[in-house]
Design a protein. Sequence first.
Length: 373
Amino acid sequence: MPTAVGVRLRFAPKVMFFDPCDASPVEGDRVVVTTDRGTELGEVVAAPFEVEKPPAGLRPVVRVATEEDLTVAADLLEKERAAMRRYRELIGKHGLDMKPIGVEYLFDGSKAVFYFVAEERVDFRDLVRDLASESKARIDMRQVGVRDEARMVGGLGHCGEQLCCVRFGGEFQPVSIRMAKEQDLPLNPLKISGLCGRLMCCLRYEYEAYKDFKSRAPKRGTPVETPAGNGKVSDLNTPHEMVTVRLEEGGELKVPLEAMECPGHGCPCRVDAEKLHDSENESMVAFVASLAEREAAPPRPAAAAERGRGGRRSSGRERSAEAPPERAKEAPAPETPAAEVSEQAGQGTGRRRRRRRRGGGGASTEKNGSTPT
């Protein structure tokens, strides 16, 4: 049965397969292969494996890279760095509207590939003429997109990991804004865009999982009947397949989707308490058990309930209700209006003044010894 080995080239978008022939490379080895462009150096990412039907045009592996091959690759890397600096200088000299990305020399040194990014068509004939005279090799100008630029340059994404296009490789798949909406992500371009300025490739990784979960789960706002009372769906947790229910009397419950029965057609969902008895829902089981104990407990007397709710105030009220009947029958003294009190006070003051005047005159007459006529 034929065998094949997977090799990843430096700037290739996907893994290429070759015939190992007499060589026996292992994963991580460097090998010299022949491609449509010429002789190149690649890294083995898939050890030789048997295939029933080999791909068409399977090329052989020339050899496993030796120490001399690795030395030549290091020299070419230094040459590429020098060519990149000169590449930038010549672009500025000719005033071209293009962004240099990288330079790649094939393993045999017969061809140099110059990568760039440009929004419009660029006339780089004079640039190629200068590069060919200095590098002494055939020049291949390759225009790439912003996604290819991010893969070639590399970097870290919002998650702190290496970019997916560099880490996993492969051809770019279409990503739409619908995938972000389905996963309830904020539609902020700064948060859902990668270093390339396009939507992140990872948006399509969990899109099918979110789509499948939401097709089985009730929508937000759906009424739910639970052992703790009625409520409505307030949130969905797709990775854990949990549904958050907000109760009408306050509080929230997190119920697994498998414990919910949703008949649909506008009917409320129902939580099956029998399906909650597992290790992952201990909190929910304990809550249901506490409700059952509360319902089974005998009701408290009315006086005790009143004391429990009112505290000291209820005790005072009870004492006033149990007061002796004779004290309760005592009628309070009639209250005199403030206007009558002020009027009576004024009349008393006038009488006292008149009495003083009369008494004062009589006293002075008696003192002088005269008798009034």
